[in-house]
Design a protein around this ligand. Structure first.
Ligand code: MOS
Length: 751
């Protein structure tokens, strides 16, 4: 029975195609709106056509009489929908705190005022269109000029290190006043809208006092907690399922108003109700990145040493939410500067609630910080890479802690070498190729590294397969694959024999797919689940009938590559675990693992972040005002990379999104009626394949053992940070125009 085992290669660090790839490309993977249920009805919301005022009358009579219509729901007949309270950690979160229909006040254009439910989607849409609303109208405030409504605050509220990050040190104002060289500029980032290809969708099914919801969500566990509160149910009575997502970018982190509307309608009619929102609604009711206005004041010595840094920013928020775009997240630690102050304020607008969008806070924040650094470097006549090297911190000066692993200078060196940065001539318009003017720019980036609470379980089964389960979800980034890799690494079961279960609240509680933290969070929980399953297996091995280990104790046994062996004989001998389970007539052994959020640690010894940089080339043809991003080199220091194939894919996607951020994306509101104007994929311009240049992604791959035993941080968001600043600096280098309000428009360059 003891044949020499093949030693499987560790899947960690290997290019690993997605384990769910075949399911997706064959159409077998079912997304939320692919599920249908017997008796299912369709719901279509009625949207307010004003952005500020009061709903005075709703005429539903005509709509109710239309064929196939089951009900038109509104404030009077939807039934009770409670508010949810915030719990510990990240529990109980809804971006829009007001449940739908709670009052008659209209606070933003597109707010849902009624819900048509019918036998078919078409009938529901026709009925929704037939509902007539009357309003008492006020002028909406969608002003783009931002001034804080209240006194700006200096407290740090970064979600990564709440109340730890010191956003003030030294005397920033005084040091700025006396600095020999100064920069004082304001940078603006626009409202942008998440546009995952998969629309938000919810199907709610009641069975007595139990509620099951299929939703396209980035957080099934939080969703369950919120919906349980909103419908007054014990959380055990609520189940949320989200097997596959056509991405989310933060817009699907928390439940929106259509989610509770679908559940409320299903309750009233006692039928499953499916609600898929329209692309237009994606711009109105399910979040966006708010506009930011960021004043940067930098002071330095003539040889480029920063002496003062002030970052004052304002973001818009909705009328009821308190959304804070944490632009200062990286500011306080990214550079060495003795005098610093970061302050924020918010300005209320008649828009739907803003929310997290890929790299919330740091992405717009680093656009401003890195733009200011580039502009200041030009003013000081110092190369922008060199300027950053001069101001590289030895420790995180905001926390007074060492970085767990920071290799930013190596990122610059590797990226600069690959890009050919040393050949850059700094004069505007001085570089040409094939009749085109070249612009070269660069910027650095950072993103928090941390872990959420996780529970996971892992099973070893009698057929030699394994199963790993966790109620987190895969938003398209590769979580199924990473979990299979982790389980395979610990159990020796090959990837194609590992079953991964995700996206269902019946599984052990897992985190939101947010903050680029899922992979780092899963590792300790999955590894401890595997260790506990293996411990159970070793005890089975000592007692299973006919087992060669019958007269042994578990501590005399080892487990490696799927086989149990006697420690005295070593791992080249041994018995496959499936054989032992079969002898014991057991289908499986299960191990449960847990790991704690790193936010729970009140006394961290290290500051944990990922770092990187982008080098960008643009080509400029002034004769026809044609600007293209032609080449990007990105170097990322994100700890150990578990799956370089999926990792590169994340960074390439982020770089393309960064081109969109720098050159195309912005949501504009009509000042008359407050409606997002360009609310379609035709009018909201994003970077597409034709805009994507050659992208060279390089990972440094230094394990960060402070984060988890494999040393892996996260890579979902960091690639977007810094990109827009690198692009605008390249645009300046080519054209001589400093654009401080992105996206860069052709009209900005027609000087
Ligand atoms: Mo990301 S904005 O944390 O989904």
């Amino acid at each position: 029975m003891s044949t020499t085992p093949e030693v499987p290669m560790s899947p960690i660090g290997k290019d690993t195609p997605r384990v769910d790839g075949p399911l997706k490309v064959t159409g077998v993977a079912r997304y939320t709106s692919d599920y249908n249920f017997p008796g299912q009805l369709y719901a279509v919301p009625v949207e307010a056509t004003i952005a500020n005022g009061r709903l005075t009358k709703l005429d539903t009579a005509a709509a109710e009489k239309m064929p196939g219509v089951r009900a038109i729901f509104h404030r009077e007949n939807i039934g009770k929908i409670f508010r949810s309270t915030l719990g510990p950690g990240f529990a109980g979160i809804t971006d829009e705190r007001r449940p739908p229909f709670e009052d008659d006040v209209i606070r933003y254009y597109g707010q849902y005022i009624a819900l048509a439910v019918a036998d078919t989607f078409e009938a529901a849409k026709a009925a929704a269109d037939a509902v007539r609303a009357s309003y008492q109208k006020e002028k909406p405030n969608v002003d783009t000029e931002l001034k804080a409504d209240d006194e700006p605050q200096v407290v740090a509220t970064t979600f990564a290190q709440a109340n730890r990050l010191q956003s003030k040190r030294g005397d920033a104002e005084g040091a700025f006043a006396t600095a020999p060289v100064k920069l004082d500029q304001t940078y603006v980032t626009p409202t942008t809208t998440h546009n995952p290809i998969e629309l938000h969708a919810t199907t709610a099914i009641w069975d007595g006092g139990n509620l099951t919801i299929y939703d396209s969500t980035q957080g099934v566990v939080n969703f369950r907690g919120v919906l349980a509160q909103m419908f007054g149910l014990p959380k055990e009575n609520v189940r949320i399922i989200s097997r596959f997502l056509g991405s989310g970018f933060g817009g699907k982190l928390f439940p929106w108003t259509h989610c509770s509307l679908s559940a409320a309608a299903a309750r009233q009619l006692n039928k499953p109700v499916k609600l898929v929102i329209s692309r237009k609604m994606m711009f109105q009711t399910v979040g966006h990145r708010p506009r930011t206005q960021q004043r940067m004041r930098l002071g330095a010595t003539p040889d480029g040493k920063l002496v003062s840094l002030q970052h004052d920013y304002v973001n818009h928020q909705g009328m009821l939410d308190g959304y804070h775009e944490d632009c200062g997240e990286a500011t306080a630690f990214h550079y060495s500067v003795p005098n610093l102050r970061v302050a924020f304020g918010r300005a209320k607008r008649n828009v739907g609630s803003p929310t997290s969008m890929r790299g919330p806070g740091a992405v717009p924040g680093l656009y401003a910080t890195e733009s200011a650094m580039n502009e200041f470097a030009a003013q000081l006549k110092i190369d922008p890479v060199k300027f950053r090297i001069i101001n590289e911190p030895k420790i995180d000066e905001s926390l007074g802690l060492p970085f767990s692993s920071r290799h930013l200078l190596e990122c610059f060196a590797v990226g600069g070498e690959k890009f050919g940065w040393s050949k850059r001539t700094p004069e505007v318009g001085s570089m040409k190729r094939d009749g085109l003017t070249l612009g070269w720019g660069m910027a650095s980036c950072a993103w928090i590294a941390a872990r959420f609470d996780v529970e996971a379980n892992l099973q070893l089964r009698d057929d030699g397969t394994a199963r790993v389960a966790c109620a987190t979800q895969d938003i398209g980034t590769g979580t199924y694959t990473i979990l299979a890799q982790l389980a395979s690494q610990k159990t020796g079961v090959p990837l194609n024999r590992v079953e991964v279960a995700l996206g269902d609240t019946t599984l052990p509680d897992g985190p939101i797919s947010g903050g680029s933290m899922v992979t780092a969070s899963l590792i300790p929980a999955v590894f401890s689940a595997a260790d506990s399953a293996i411990a159970s297996l070793l005890s089975v091995a000592t007692s299973a009938p006919g087992s060669p280990f019958n007269n042994r104790t578990p501590d005399q046994l080892g487990f490696e590559n799927g086989r149990v062996f006697l420690k005295t004989e070593g791992p080249t001998k041994g018995v496959p675990f499936g054989d032992l389970l079969q002898r014991a007539n057991l289908r499986l052994v299960t191990g449960v693992g847990k790991s704690e959020s790193s936010f729970a640690n009140p006394t961290p010894k290290f500051s944990t972040h990922s770092f990187g940089c982008h080098f960008v080339e643009v080509t400029w043809q002034p004769e026809i005002a044609r600007l293209r991003v032609s080449r990007v080199v990105t170097v990322i220091d994100a700890g150990r990379i578990l799956n370089p194939l999926a990792g590169r894919n994340q960074i390439e996607g982020a770089v393309v999104m960064g081109i969109g951020m720098g050159l195309f994306e912005h949501t504009t509101y009509d000042p008359q009626n407050g409606a997002p104007i360009n609310s379609s994929l035709a009018d909201y311009v994003m970077a597409v394949h034709a805009d994507a240049p050659k992208i060279d992604v390089h990972f440094l791959d230094y394990p960060d053992k402070e984060i988890n035993e494999l040393g892996a941080r996260g890579i979902g968001e960091i690639g977007l940070a810094g990109m827009a600043a690198a692009i605008t600096d390249a645009v300046y280098h080519a054209t001589g125009v400093r654009v401080r309000e992105i996206p860069v428009k052709i009209e900005d360059l027609l000087t």
